[in-house]
Design a protein around this ligand. Structure first.
Ligand code: ARG
Length: 249
């Protein structure tokens, strides 16, 4: 009985905490949680056959916003644009960038990141998966502009071609304009499943953690999203959503 009371008390505390945090939240458009996203990034965000933006992150955002009494709304653009749109120093048009964003020290200066919810590493997608990390110095590497894949490739290798979207990068790979695409492994895997004749090789780049990049200074929103995310992690929803889209793609 004592234990039960303790558990119930703890539960009430958590519930009222989440509610209290949500009450202080202000967003750019009242009642909405606007987020920028580059929907070329399956299974995280992509367009389905009806052109709707779907995936792990849109589904998470819908659930998180719901817990905060808000309606989530995706604002699609390329990745560079998505980062820019959530920057307070650039006149933020959205409350957060939700676009498979890797937490990095330089990005922490621009955004207030939420807790992370998944990790990836960079991988190399090429025809038949023939290109290995040792060969990257001798080939033309396709990347999406503004991504960690771009940053690593430009730091370490001589021939890098930037594309606004991964859709364009993979078209270039299929046309033979680049020899490989360097990108997040879960996403590389989704493209390998979707497009014929491609394969993937690992790299030795360090692990990257994804989080949502909230407007710098909007602490109430970060805390509210973290509270909601913690609930979705604790009850297994986050893992279930990731598993669902990994199978679908
Ligand atoms: N995780 C990488 C980064 O943060 C790539 C993200 C690209 N996202 C996208 N939706 N295309 O730089």
């Amino acid at each position: 009985m004592k234990k039960l009371i303790a558990v119930l008390t703890a539960l009430c505390l958590v519930l009222s905490l989440a509610a209290a945090v949500a009450e202080n939240v202000t967003t750019i458009e009242a009642g909405k949680l606007l987020y920028s996203t580059s929907p070329d990034f399956p299974p995280f965000e992509y367009r389905d056959d009806n052109d709707n933006i779907v995936g792990i992150e849109p589904e998470l955002m819908e659930l998180i916003a719901g817990k905060l009494g808000l309606t989530a709304e995706a604002v699609p653009m390329d990745f560079d644009g998505a980062l820019l749109a959530a920057r307070v120093d650039q006149g933020a048009k959205v409350d957060a960038v939700v676009s498979g964003v890797t937490v990095r020290e330089d990005r922490k200066l621009i955004f207030d990141f939420t807790d992370t919810y998944v990790s990836i590493t960079q991988a190399i997608v090429s025809k038949d998966g023939a290109i290995t990390e040792e060969q990257l110095k001798d080939v033309n590497i396709g990347v999406q502009s503004g991504t960690t894949g771009m940053i690593y490739a430009e730091d370490d290798y001589p021939n890098v071609t930037k594309y606004e979207t991964y859709s364009l990068a993979f078209q270039a790979l299929q046309n033979g304009q680049v020899d490989c695409v360097l990108l997040d492994d879960m996403v590389g895997n989704a493209y390998v499943k979707k497009l014929p004749g491609l394969g993937m090789q690992p790299t030795s780049y360090e692990k990257e953690d994804f989080a949502f990049g909230v407007n710098k200074g909007n602490t109430a929103l970060v805390e509210a999203i973290n509270a909601a995310l913690a609930e979705l992690k604790a009850d297994g929803t986050v893992d279930a959503i990731i598993a669902k889209y990994n199978e679908a793609e």
